[in-house]
Write a protein that binds this ligand. Structure first.
Ligand code: ARG
Ligand code: ZN
Ligand code: CA
Length: 326
């Protein structure tokens, strides 16, 4: 267990931990259960590396946190600061391929854009599976739309990529992001180490901004592999890119900075039975179907209203992704 505790200027305690012991390499065998082999909280691993490498990042993220709290506590201010209506996000898809199969098709790329649009508009067909106890806190339409801007393909001799951002740099055989201040960059490549994807949180370096997704978890058709074949890795990672934390707060009974999501004692995997209870104070029922948990694609289908507010805050005037909402 690796644990990093950051005490930042305003006194907010950000505690992030990753349980490395559950991580297994893909090479450990094809008959390992996929739920174990394809799991890793890579976004937080990457964040911790960035926090170590860049001494100013913690303060920048804390001021984003203070801004988010201010906007979230005053929804009238949020709606005043946001340009009326819907935020449209142009998406650049950067495809790195060694084999023909890794050069994912246009149909597979479009399927990912379609899933993002369904999930962020709450138009996904499984949205109505939300249990009665959580229906009052469902997000509804987040009012963010994604449009495919361009696809950039590049052949590589690399068999697999890690979480060191090499795929985002020309100097290491990757593809640099296109207009990261106004476009969401996605990278599709073969990620090793059983990682499905990882995102960079708001506040990070624009040269590495965006979301990386393993080619076998990209979209909902073509080379996708169950149980990560419904495009929800991108929904989860774009959630991080829009400042959402894991629902368990990356700690035992941790805080995800969202009031309407219950405390979880840890990440959930697979497809938990209805009514699964937390061991945290009050033993609340966990929101295992939230996109920011670690359940299978078929078993995650909603954001909460509080998560919507938190995501929209970053696009408000003065927020870290305001340049997307001009
Ligand atoms: N392990 C990934 C991360 O946070 C995301 C997991 C996505 N889950 C899924 N069912 N697709 O870095
Ligand atoms: Zn995550
Ligand atoms: Ca919460």
């Amino acid at each position: 267990m690796r644990k990093l505790t950051l005490i930042v200027t305003t006194g907010l305690l950000v505690s992030i931990s990753c349980n490395k012991s559950s991580r297994q390499d893909e090479s450990s065998g094809a008959d390992e259960p996929a739920a174990v082999t394809l799991r890793n909280c890579a976004s937080n691993d990457v964040l911790q590396e960035q926090l170590k490498a860049d001494p100013s990042l913690a303060a920048r993220m804390e001021s984003i946190e203070a801004f988010t709290r201010r906007i979230s506590q005053n929804p009238a201010e949020a709606s005043r600061l946001l340009p009326g209506g819907i935020i449209e996000i142009p998406v650049v898809v950067n495809v790195l391929y060694r084999t023909a199969a890794e050069n994912i098709s246009q149909a597979q790329i479009q399927s990912q854009i379609d899933v993002l649009n369904e999930d962020f508009a709450a138009l996904n067909s499984d949205y109505n599976n939300t249990p009665a106890i959580f229906q009052a806190v469902r997000s509804g339409d987040i009012k963010i739309r994604f449009v495919l801007d361009q696809v950039i393909q590049k052949r590589t001799s690399k068999k697999s990529w890690g979480t060191n951002d090499a795929m985002k740099k020309t100097s290491s055989g990757g593809i640099a992001p296109t207009s990261p201040a106004t476009k969401l960059n996605l990278w599709s490549c073969n990620l090793g180490g059983g990682i499905l994807g990882y995102a960079q949180f708001p506040g990070g370096n624009s040269a590495t901004d965006g979301v990386v997704i393993d080619n076998n978890a990209f979209g909902s058709t073509g080379t996708v592999s169950a149980p990560y074949n419904k495009g929800r890795t991108a929904t989860h990672e774009v959630g991080h890119w829009m400042n959402l934390r894991h629902i368990w707060g990356d700690a035992s009974c941790g805080n995800d900075q969202v009031d309407d999501t219950p405390q979880h004692n840890a990440a959930n995997y697979g497809c938990p039975a209805a009514g699964h209870q937390s061991t945290c104070t009050g033993r609340p029922v966990e929101m295992t179907m939230n996109y920011m948990d670690y359940t299978d694609d078929a078993c995650m289908y909603m954001f909460s209203a509080g998560q919507k507010t938190r995501m929209l805050a970053i696009f408000a005037s003065g927020g870290p992704r305001a340049s997307f909402a001009q």
